[in-house]
Design a protein around this ligand. Sequence first.
Ligand code: AMP
Ligand code: MG
Length: 342
Amino acid sequence: MNARSLFLLVFALSLTACSQPTETYDRTLYTFGTLATVQIYDLPRDEAIEIADQIELRLSVLNRDWYAWGDGELGQLNRTLADAEQAPVSDLLGSLIKRSLELRDLSGGRFDPAVGSLVELWGFHDSKTTPVRKPADQDIRSDGSTLGVSVTGENGSQIVVTGRTGIVIDLGGIAKGAALAECARLLRAAGARRALVNLGGDLIALTEEGGPEFRIGIQNPRAEDIAGLILASDGEAVVSSGDYERFFDSDEQRFHHIIDPETGYPSAGAVAVTVIDKDPLLADAAATALMVAGPDAFYLVSKDLGIENAALIDQSGTLYLTDAMQARLVDARARGDEAVLP
Ligand code: AMP
Ligand code: MG
């Protein structure tokens, strides 16, 4: 976790911790290559500990199974697909890949789970190391599209069909969103009505009926301060993507981990995107897709994905907001909250 996302985390903690301090249970853990927190506000301590244990265990299983280059299910699937054109897949992973292919279509190919070979070429596949130099231009080929890939078969016997060998499926652009959905499901099943899960700056909020919203600070991508403040109510996920999360600078140029599948190079134009939606997986895919879309296609791609609340900051610091997002930022100000926009 870098210093800036830590900053966002502390901010969220300090704002939310003041509402019901005596009842809050906090768990900090390391998962999905980042620091995460689970805050539960309305359960007795022993129940909160039990559900936090469940969440911690589930997240470590999902992280292993959905990591493209590891020992879990997706890593094994990719090793099979290196020399095969089809492979069996579990129902859960199969449905996730299926959904990621739908989102590829809706985003006009800007979000594409077959970007794995390019992510690997650029060296952004290992969260423990940061690459230092760009690959040779002749090695950067934008042949990563999953067009033609499908998931077929009934539950219990699903198969990924690729039509060619060597496809590396990378779910890094939706894994945290899908994991947030799972956390919310577990929390609700345990009877929690007020809780916040933060996976390295991607959050989901649960609030009781009519209860106060969570105030979430959106980090300034180029400074240690808050670029905006929004209120998140029940079931809403707040997900951000940016060129500041994993990157290296070389020859005064920034190369980051979100790859434009059309060019094979890191996306240009957008510096950071934040999306709010009740479907955390959609919010996650949309944030990645909108980074690739950049300011020019921001409104079009938001609409095509069915996203109402999105914000994008471009290289010059200009803020682009959907109408609904604009209203939310203004609303936060009207309530007397501080919102410092760039
Ligand atoms: P996020 O932080 O949610 O924007 O996800 C970034 C991660 O998604 C990267 O580290 C890659 O593993 C993967 N990724 C990069 N570019 C794309 C893309 N265009 N479509 C789908 N996944 C991507
Ligand atoms: Mg994403």
